[in-house]
Design a binder for this molecule. Structure first.
Ligand code: NAD
Ligand code: 89Y
Length: 340
């Protein structure tokens, strides 16, 4: 039985706790939050008897295999380094770090321990997105030369996550990070990018629209477009829509979780809707299911002694795209990712 501790009992952590409850061979035996009410509520809801206000105190007192870090980004570096010093495996929520310097230090801390560090970068594990990734990797459309990875919504994310309205950075760091990661999963590493950003909603501090043009090292070009200022029906939150052209056919992941593949004059359409897990609620069920799937992937990797797909090392490349997109938008420049 793997024993884990959750750090951070906020808005999103409940999904992670439900996810753990649905996975065999794992138990969350302790949890921690600086906020007493949040920690007590989570402990009571999930029947966790030992809970702490201080993560260092918890790690000193508990016999654990891993920690699951579900705090907002400012606490990620100290908590990841604390987990490394305690010789534990760790999962850390996205965005992994506030700066590349922090992210590289966190990965280096784990390299020294040999333990597994995974970033909770879950969108590539959403079953509709996964179905598309597997088709592309299996050559369903031949060699992709163009992709559009699109997330456009007017859904109110600020009521559940108020910090999204007040942080200086919004959509690229919070949501675009997932969409950029999907582009990497589909088309590989990125050679260069250029980006524009806009703020449409005057009541928030950061950007709520971003359009990013990526040239992938393997030859494909993709457009990652994200918006939380798009008022349209049907509202597609939190669906990522895909358009992929390859030299042998096309793939579309359309609104309503319809996967359409055309090649050799034929068309195949599949309903790839995510299952509604017993604890999930629409429209979040797509994200909620991917939480359980990525956590299962973490457990499988620990058992098999292999690195997760979104390891700390892998996630440095996604985070570099986030940083490059902000720089490109600020400077009006194309950013070469191969320059280091
Ligand atoms: P939140 O503010 O609601 O919760 C964070 C909790 O962490 C708070 O209760 C806070 O008291 C606690 N905390 C902060 N620092 C701490 C520390 N050092 N020790 C103990 N407790 C500490 O935030 P949230 O909306 O739940 O977001 C958490 C993370 O999850 C963010 O990084 C966010 O980007 C991410 N998130 C991911 C997804 C996804 O699909 N992967 C979706 C939503 C949010
Ligand atoms: O925080 C974000 C995430 O990771 O997925 C959706 C979200 O909750 C709001 O953009």
């Amino acid at each position: 039985m793997l024993k884990g501790a959750l750090i951070g009992c906020g808005f999103f952590a409940r999904n992670q706790m439900h996810g753990w409850a649905g996975i065999d061979g794992v138990r969350i035996t302790a949890l921690c939050d600086r906020d007493e009410a949040r920690r007590a509520e989570t402990a009571a809801r999930f029947g966790v008897r030992r809970h702490y206000a201080d993560a260092a105190e918890m790690l000193a007192a508990e016999d654990l295999d891993f920690v699951d870090i579900a705090t907002t980004v400012a606490a990620h570096r100290p908590l990841v380094e604390m987990a490394a010093a305690a010789g534990l495996h760790a999962i850390c929520q996205k965005p992994f770090a506030e700066t590349m310097t922090d992210a590289r230090a966190m990965v280096a801390a784990f390299d020294r321990t040999g333990k597994v560090l995974m970033v909770h970068e879950n969108f590539r594990w959403q079953s509709p997105v996964r179905a598309a990734i597997e088709e592309v990797r299996a050559g369903a459309v031949g060699r992709p030369f163009f992709g559009r990875v699109s997330f456009r919504s007017g859904y109110d994310v600020f009521s559940g996550q108020p910090y999204l309205a007040t942080d200086p950075r919004f959509i690229i760091q919070d949501l675009g990070i997932h969409i950029l990661d999907i582009a990497r999963a589909l088309f590989g590493d990125v050679a260069n990018l250029s980006a524009t950003t806009r703020r449409i909603n005057p009541r928030i501090r950061g950007e709520d629209v971003a359009t990013i043009l990526l040239e992938h090292a393997g030859g494909a070009t993709s457009v990652v477009d994200c918006s939380y200022a798009t008022r349209r029906q049907p509202e597609t939150f939190p669906q990522t829509l895909l358009e992929i052209d390859g030299d042998a056919g096309t793939l579309r992941l359309e609104a309503g979780y319809r996967l359409v593949i055309q090649k050799n004059g034929t068309e195949e359409t599949r309903d790839v809707s995510p299952p509604l897990l017993s604890w999930a609620e629409r429209p979040w069920h797509n994200i909620q299911e991917s939480v359980q799937t990525i956590q299962q992937h973490f457990v499988d990797c620990l058992r098999d002694g292999v690195q997760p797909e979104t390891s700390g090392h892998d996630n440095l490349k996604t985070l570099e795209l986030v940083e490059a997109a902000y720089r490109s938008a600020a400077e009006g420049a194309r950013i070469d990712l191969r320059a280091g």
